[in-house]
Unconditional design. Structure first.
Length: 401
């Protein structure tokens, strides 16, 4: 997205084959940005802040909430009308949380049922605001900061709880001016962003499924290379470590503003525990992988303060509870989380899993199936392609070793 807003051609290597990332490229192609893609290499010739052209067709974000929310922030600052839509799952996700702050900046956005896609965005010159996030959300924060690029003055976002800061780091890398005051992040409007040559680190939210698999299968020893270790994203490593996972980080270095390194883990029985409070916002995407580890721990796993899981690609609290029970786990479902009993409640057995079209559900239950007795069938398993098209083949190769 920032390469598209920059001046010049940005070369990006290790670009993901995930459907979400491809949806983003397609949207910018339709907005007149030159996108050249070969394998995992992408060259984007930026149009500058004011160089986009109106798409003749509705922009399709597919299943990607990140694409829709962040792109809405950018489109709010364009001087033309845009429509952005997504698949059935994305149409159920709440968009009012980005519509409200962007409206305060002067954007005019129409939504179905008051807050759901498709979104009709009437772009205009925006005004800077100071906005306090009512719900911790890196996507909403990012949408407002990206909209702030088009405002005359300084736009400020105040976080009640620290969330993932990839957008802020990337903005600085491309040449935007940011200031920090306490929990406020301030971006100065109308910068001239400059093209960059970038290498995308491995996604820790995807890597965590292999870390979890090592915790399920005895005698496992796994090393994952070149993984992004951003401190606002690596809370999952702290949580697994507190449960007894022997995780080591090696070859840690800085690249393009982000920490990158190798993760090493070997199998050890997990203790389990409670995950709650400020930690939740920093590992919201990793909670499904952690939850399915519950039956393999001594004490079980309890997740609290995670009501946000109910408005992800699926109601992940409900989906986790339903499918864990199908496998024989003892689960107590709560409005803001769940408790999964430990191994004393009995070993999981194979079952037919319904991931509800949610990529993280499909991958999480593939991990649970490794430690279950008997065969497990995951319906609609190809939904994993939203974030990790090669997940099952990669897992198969890893298990065969």
């Amino acid at each position: 997205m920032l390469a598209a807003l920059a001046e010049g051609a940005s070369d990006i290597t290790h670009f993901s084959a995930a459907a979400d990332c491809r949806s983003t490229l397609d949207c910018f192609s339709r907005l007149g940005v030159k996108v050249e893609s070969t394998g995992d290499r992408v060259r984007i010739t930026g149009a500058g802040l004011d160089g986009f052209r109106k798409s003749r067709r509705t922009l399709d974000a597919g299943n990607s909430g990140t694409t829709m929310r962040l792109l809405t922030g950018i489109l709010a600052g364009q001087e033309f009308r845009s429509t952005i839509d997504g698949d059935g799952s994305l149409r159920r996700r709440p968009m009012r949380r980005v519509i409200d702050p962007l409206t305060k900046m002067g954007a005019r956005i129409e939504a179905r049922d008051g807050g759901h896609a498709p979104l009709e965005i009437n772009g205009t010159r925006l005004s800077p605001i100071e906005y306090t996030l009512p719900v911790p959300s890196a996507q909403v924060k990012s949408a407002v900061l990206l909209a702030g690029l088009f405002a005359d003055g300084v736009t400020s976002v105040i976080e009640p709880v620290r969330t993932r800061d990839h957008t802020e780091l990337a903005l600085a890398e491309f040449g935007a001016r940011l200031d920090y005051e306490g929990r406020a992040i301030q971006v100065h409007g109308r910068p001239r962003l400059q093209a960059r040559t970038l290498a995308v680190p491995g996604d820790l939210s995807s890597a965590v499924f292999f870390l979890a698999a090592a915790m399920v299968l005895p005698e496992s020893n796994v090393v994952i290379h070149n993984v992004g270790l951003n401190p606002t994203r690596s809370a999952v490593l702290d949580v697994l470590g507190s449960m007894g996972a022997p995780i080591s980080l090696v070859s840690v270095r800085s690249a393009n503003g982000e920490l990158v390194g190798d993760i090493s883990v070997r199998h050890e029985p997990l203790k389990g525990g409670v995950i709650e409070g400020a930690f939740i916002a920093q590992l919201i995407d990793e909670l499904p992988a952690i939850a399915v580890l519950g039956p393999f721990t001594e004490e079980g796993i309890e997740i609290r303060d995670a009501a946000e899981l109910r408005v992800k690609e699926s109601d992940r609290i409900s989906a986790l509870a339903e499918n864990l029970r199908r496998m024989g786990a003892q689960v107590e479902e709560r409005p803001d989380g769940l408790r999964v009993a430990g191994r004393s409640a009995g070993r999981l057995h194979g079952a037919e899993i319904e991931p509800r079209g949610d990529h993280r559900m499909a991958m999480a239950f593939a991990v649970a199936a490794l430690g279950a007795q008997g065969e497990t069938v995951i319906r609609d398993a190809e939904c994993a392609g939203v974030s990790f098209p090669n997940f099952f083949s990669t897992l198969e190769r890893l298990v065969e070793r």
